[in-house]
Design a protein around this ligand. Structure first.
Ligand SMILES: Cc1ncc(COP(=O)(O)O)c(C=O)c1O
Length: 459
């Protein structure tokens, strides 16, 4: 960054805010490119005639906004995804966007809500669901949560379960209760965007860790922990979003070993784990005292229930319960009770089986349509990770697909840090209404990739 991009400081704004604003403006006008290095604090302070402290606060503010990222020993860089949300919006051509970006959970296979509501009305305890309850939820619902958790290989009693209002709320409780603003959390260098934005909002720094086909690389994690003060790791071992990687038992043991060595809190998000073909012992079962595990129900039987089950050891549970109380007082007992009914009468399991059947068919279809390209996927996965042929980049494909009314998400959206982006995109298989719509979307993607991006633009 040349210092000339910093505008004269407005007297009405604190200097550090003016600096963060200037960085934001320079990124949006393209003066600063993703991955570009920024001057050191000392150099910038000297050339602007301000204190090093002002630059540190300004860079801190820019980092909170997700614009830049600092790596110990390397310097400060514009984040690689800084322009991901700034891709120009292409107006819908005929109002029919094929949704292959968002991973919606095949609503048509959700359990019938009427059946759940009928059962709820017949429940002798139904009136109780209108009342305040313990922050961690009713015992009956926590028991049902413990039953659902068995599917993930977690064998716990209801005492270990906290009911949250969806996995995103559980993550909010974990970060606010167990970490502090300014703390650093290690994540795979491609990760769940909802975690990126949440950590940014809470002023926490994400430190990207190299990954391979089994997710986070334990040696890379160890090396980073030796140089930097890392408090926690966030991983999705069963079905990583977005790359679909799945950690073997060996990888899980290694990750736990490094986490134990550096005393890291492990945040284990199992959002899509029931779609994984192989089931290994969860990190939370290997290291129960330092792992919090989240099993949401959104992807398998009702995102609108806003229910998830969070497990933690007794020492962390009180803090997490307080976080539930401080954020929403308690998860809605009515929807938690509906979730319990679906779990206990078997309709949650049938919904899961139906979704797996449908996703298996959709995966086969996508494999067929995209057989000429490199794909990472799981047999029952909700999405696949498409590696693009040269010279396509993810953002080029995202834009070209949007022009043809297909929405996909390129790697930029998931990237953390400043390393070069993989040429890849996440393709949701569950967003399209049915297999015809999916075929239409896949055909467009295949057509686009069959010639280089420049030629596409000229067509
Ligand atoms: C990895 C991951 N975790 C958590 C969530 C949030 O899920 P919920 O709907 O339960 O809040 C999502 C949603 O897509 C996700 O992909």
């Amino acid at each position: 960054m040349t210092n000339s991009i910093i505008p004269p400081f407005s007297l009405s704004l604190p200097r550090y805010v003016a600096l963060a604003n200037a960085i934001e403006d320079a990124i949006s006008t393209g003066q600063l490119a993703p991955g570009q290095q920024l001057p050191t604090h000392r150099d910038l302070a000297a050339s602007m005639g301000v204190t090093v402290g002002t630059i540190t606060r300004g860079y801190g503010e820019a980092q909170k906004r997700g614009l830049i990222n600092s790596t110990v020993g390397r310097g400060t860089f514009v984040t690689i995804d800084s322009q991901a949300s700034r891709l120009p919006k292409i107006p819908k051509q005929d109002g029919n966007i094929i949704e292959m970006g968002s991973v919606t959970p095949l609503y048509s296979t959700d359990p019938p809500i009427q059946d759940g509501l009928k059962q709820l009305l017949e429940d002798a305890q139904v009136q109780q669901t209108l009342q305040y309850c313990d922050a961690v939820g009713h015992e009956h619902d926590r028991k049902s949560g413990a039953k659902w958790l068995e599917l993930y290989g977690m064998h716990v009693t209801e005492n270990a379960v906290i009911i949250c209002a969806g996995a995103q709320h559980a993550l909010t409780c974990i970060l606010t209760a167990l970490l502090h603003p300014g703390d650093s959390i290690a994540v795979e260098h491609l990760t769940y965007p909802g975690f990126k934005t949440l950590a940014g909002m809470l002023g926490m720094r994400l430190v990207p860790i190299a990954m391979n086909d089994e997710g986070m690389d334990p040696h890379a994690l160890d090396a980073v922990c030796k140089k930097d003060t890392i408090r926690a790791i966030f991983v999705m071992p069963g079905h990583q979003n977005p790359t679909t990687s799945c950690m073997s038992q060996r990888r899980r043991n290694e990750i736990v070993r490094v986490a134990q060595k550096h005393d890291l809190l492990i945040i284990e998000d199992c959002a899509y784990d029931l779609s994984a073909s192989s089931h290994f012992t969860p990190l939370a079962a290997i290291a129960p005292d330092q792992t919090v595990l989240i099993a949401g129900v959104s992807k398998y039987f009702g995102a609108g229930l806003r229910t998830s089950y969070l497990t933690a050891c007794p020492e962390l549970r009180n803090k997490l319960g307080r976080a539930v109380r401080n954020t929403i007082w308690m998860a809605s007992p009515i929807t938690a009770r509906l979730a319990s009914m679906f779990i206990n009468d078997g309709s949650a399991l049938s919904s899961l089986i139906n979704k797996k059947e449908e996703t298996r068919l959709r995966n086969k279809l996508a494999q067929e349509f995209l057989q000429d390209f490199e794909i990472d996927s799981l047999a029952d996965g909700f999405f696949m990770w498409l590696k693009l042929p040269e010279p396509w980049t993810g953002s080029q494909l995202e834009m070209a697909a949007r022009e043809r009314n297909v929405s996909i998400f390129c790697a930029d959206k998931f990237a953390v840090g400043s390393d070069p982006l993989p040429r890849a995109a996440r393709i949701s298989l569950t967003g399209p209404e049915d297999s015809n719509e999916l075929q239409e979307g896949l055909t467009i993607i295949r057509e686009l990739l069959s010639s280089p991006p420049m030629q596409q633009a000229l067509l």
